[in-house]
Design a protein around this ligand. Structure first.
Ligand code: ADP
Length: 394
């Protein structure tokens, strides 16, 4: 039987990232992004066999971009597309695993928009556009939150009146679940440990960042909460602040809710602290040239990451390894080194030479002798979404 082809789609509010995944193949036949959707600069960038084509689509909507993309994907798939796997950020408490998309699932995702107003409308636009263009093409939704539905109640509840949870769903949900699931499975395979009897601390560090404690293949705690703002300092997100900050800014500076939302989501984190950039590569270079803001931003990022990992260790009976993943986790020896230096109390230490060495593949160990494992494991969210989709196609 020839390999089946799944188009993996990640719809944001104004972008669609995509990858065409062939069953059993880790290289994408086609990938790219449609960005600035809705604006005059909207563009579809398609990478195929190493070359990139840039197709301007002024003011294109999600549906129009998908109408252009789907035939290209079908062509690249040799004429047959077997399904579409959608990354959906928020599944609330409704979805504990991936599921085939039907009218009921669309309705439930729509009902969850209140919990993820910045993220779920994009995913819905993508799902509905595919439904309209290719009604017979099977679609699967893979939720960022689903992996964390195994959190125990003491980990997912806020210390708030019960009614806010019971009547309004206010609780910690967690995100990046597909990535934490992927790298914990890969780490277990790498170390030849059964996933169902293994304990991992995982740090997914990209523009958004989160930590996770994974016991026996199940998420037991994670740093993001009701929304992806809670927890670590991120590219432009503040992560944890004193909850009274909102009141303080409103009272003392007369700031509106929208102004505060923009501050915490788009002007804070590495960008806010450094006054320079949200991009770790830029900050590392500036730090090397003595930029004080970049130096501070990286120090805060690593210290708070270490603090979060130490907190996550409370959810585990033992630690089989600490996993670094995501653009920063996979590529920044500096961040790994500064972070692990704060975790000596848990026995962690790095082999700095191994930490500095570059290498691709399933993953590699970088701990010093006598330390619990520290692993650099590339995440593969698109492949996980494609695998989940294939599993549901039967
Ligand atoms: P996203 O969350 O958007 O998927 P990524 O996982 O691609 O983001 O991570 C993006 C981050 O990874 C950026 O801050 C980028 O600077 C950082 N990064 C990528 N390569 C390197 C590198 N070689 N050294 C340090 N940071 C890197």
């Amino acid at each position: 039987m020839s390999p089946r082809n799944i188009l993996v789609i990640n719809c944001g509010s104004s972008s669609i990232k995509f990858a065409l995944v062939a069953e059993g193949c880790s290289r994408f036949a086609l990938s790219g992004i449609a960005e600035r959707l809705g604006s005059p600069e909207a563009v579809l960038r398609v990478r195929e066999y190493g070359s990139e084509e840039c197709l301007p689509m002024p003011r294109a909507s999600h549906a129009q971009a998908l109408a252009r993309l789907l035939p290209l994907a079908r062509l690249a798939a040799g004429g047959e597309l077997h399904g579409v796997g959608h990354r959906v950020v928020h599944g609330g408490e409704h979805f504990t695993r991936a599921c085939r998309i039907d009218a009921q699932v669309v309705g439930t995702i729509r009902a969850t928009i209140g919990l993820a107003p910045l993220h779920n409308p994009g995913a819905l636009a993508g799902i509905e556009a595919v439904l309209e263009l290719f009604p017979a093409l099977p679609q699967v939704a893979v939720f960022d939150t689903a992996f964390h539905q195994t959190l125990p109640e003491h980990a997912y509840r806020y210390a708030l009146p019960d009614a806010l949870y019971r009547e309004h769903g206010i609780r910690r949900y967690g995100f990046h679940g597909t990535s934490h699931r992927c790298v914990s499975q890969r780490a277990a395979a790498l170390c030849e440990l059964p996933i169902e009897d293994s304990c991992w601390l995982s740090a997914h560090l990209g523009n958004g960042s989160s930590t996770c404690a994974i016991r026996d293949g199940r998420s037991r705690d994670t740093s993001m909460g009701l929304t992806p703002l809670e927890g670590l300092a991120m590219g432009t997100r503040s992560g944890d602040v004193d909850p009274n900050l909102h009141l303080h800014l409103a009272r003392t500076l007369d700031w509106s809710m929208e102004r505060i939302e923009r501050l915490l989501n788009h002007e804070s984190g590495l960008l806010g602290l450094s006054g320079l950039s949200n991009d770790m590569r830029t900050l590392e270079q500036a730090r090397a040239e003595g930029h004080p803001g970049a130096t501070l931003a990286i120090e805060v990022f690593c210290y708070r990451l270490a603090k979060s990992l130490a907190a996550m260790s409370c959810a585990l009976p033992r630690i089989d390894g600490l996993i670094f993943t995501g653009g920063i986790g996979e590529n920044s020896p500096l961040v790994r080194s500064l972070t692990v230096a704060h975790l000596r109390v848990l026995g962690f230490a790095l082999d700095e030479q191994a930490n500095e060495s570059r290498g691709k593949g399933l993953g590699r160990a970088i701990q010093a002798a006598g330390s619990p494992r520290v692993l650099v494991v590339p995440t593969a969210e698109e492949e996980m979404i494609a695998l989940d989709t294939l599993a549901l196609l039967g």
